[in-house]
Design a binder for this molecule. Structure first.
Ligand code: MLT
Ligand code: MN
Ligand code: ZN
Length: 298
């Protein structure tokens, strides 16, 4: 068994370019000067024949049209065996609506995330007679696809934006936001596209990992305010930022992780520009900037 990961989409919600955004990166992407990136999703496999998609992004149709390993192998035979959700955010669930063509697969998520889907009847488009919804308890290993064991664990985060009430806890620990541990033989990979803080529990889980895909939403916590694009900080959105004394680069400096890859990058993030000083700084600190189509094999 050889662990394979294929980044279907490296951008956060909105993608790059985002339809209504005229920021520097979005303008550069529109004119082809930097690469466009689709929304947050990772495909994984252990045998190369059977694949799981981690998060179903609104761009899944174009993502699956580009990912050769996931092309149909027969009239209605697909390498895609399962879909796993790490939260109920629109950038991670809206793509389920594209997967509605009476195609069998298993949909794995925690109870809280399944509840969100069950409360939205539009998701009944995934016919229960072919799409099996399986509830996964935290810290309980299960077979995601043949040869690949997954375990979900709580990651500090918040409820989806569209379910926010009057008061929002951005550091909630529960089953509304999870990370995924993936094990093939002795190889350990982690996928955490959204994370508000790196707490001691995460530190001890991640130390010694072979490969990590991690929340790279923003470079700086106030990046969107400074760009004149809104009032929200990264913290308010439940995302830690890459730079600064309490940023991701600093937080991971002491951990021993063989390969670290940023995913779920917002379109304002300067690391999306290959010639930026911020990208050089992240790469010098040992981080890989994920991009659509990137494949990593262990
Ligand atoms: C996030 O990652 O913060 C969310 O996807 C934001 C959103 O729902 O647009
Ligand atoms: Mn998101
Ligand atoms: Zn933009």
């Amino acid at each position: 068994m050889t662990f394979r990961a294929h980044i279907l989409g490296a951008a956060a919600g909105g993608g790059l370019p985002q339809w209504n955004c005229g920021c520097l990166n979005c303008s550069l992407a529109r004119s082809g000067k930097i690469a466009s990136q689709t929304q947050s999703s990772l495909a994984v496999s252990a045998d190369g024949d059977s694949w799981a998609v981690l998060n179903a992004s609104p761009d899944i149709r174009i993502q699956l049209s580009r990912a050769r390993s996931l092309y149909p192998t027969g009239l209605r035979q697909l390498p895609l065996a399962s879909v796993l959700l790490t939260n109920g955010d629109i950038d991670h669930v809206a793509g389920l609506l594209t997967l509605r063509e009476m195609q069998p697969f298993t949909l794995f998520a925690t109870q809280a995330i399944h509840d969100v889907l069950a409360q939205n009847p539009v998701f009944d488009a995934l016919n229960a007679s072919v799409v099996t919804r399986t509830v996964i308890a935290l810290d309980t290993p299960f077979e995601l696809v043949p040869g690949l064991t997954a375990t979900l664990f709580a990651v500090p985060g918040k409820v989806p934006l569209y379910l926010e009430g009057e008061e929002v806890q951005t550091n909630l620990i529960g089953d509304q936001t999870v990370g995924v541990a993936l094990q093939t033989g002795t190889q350990n990979t982690f996928y955490i596209p959204g994370c508000a803080t790196l707490n001691d529990d995460l530190r001890s889980r991640l130390d010694g990992a072979d490969l990590l895909f991690f929340d790279g939403t923003l470079w700086a916590d106030d990046e969107m305010l400074r760009a004149g694009l809104g009032q929200k900080t990264g913290k308010r959105m439940g995302h830690m930022s890459i730079s600064g004394p309490d940023g991701t680069i600093a937080a991971f400096a002491e951990l021993n992780i063989a390969r670290k890859v940023f995913v779920h990058m917002n379109n304002t993030n300067p690391v999306l520009r290959p010639d930026s000083a911020e990208r050089a700084e992240a790469e010098t600190a040992g981080w890989i900037i994920g991009q659509d189509g990137m494949e990593i094999t262990l």
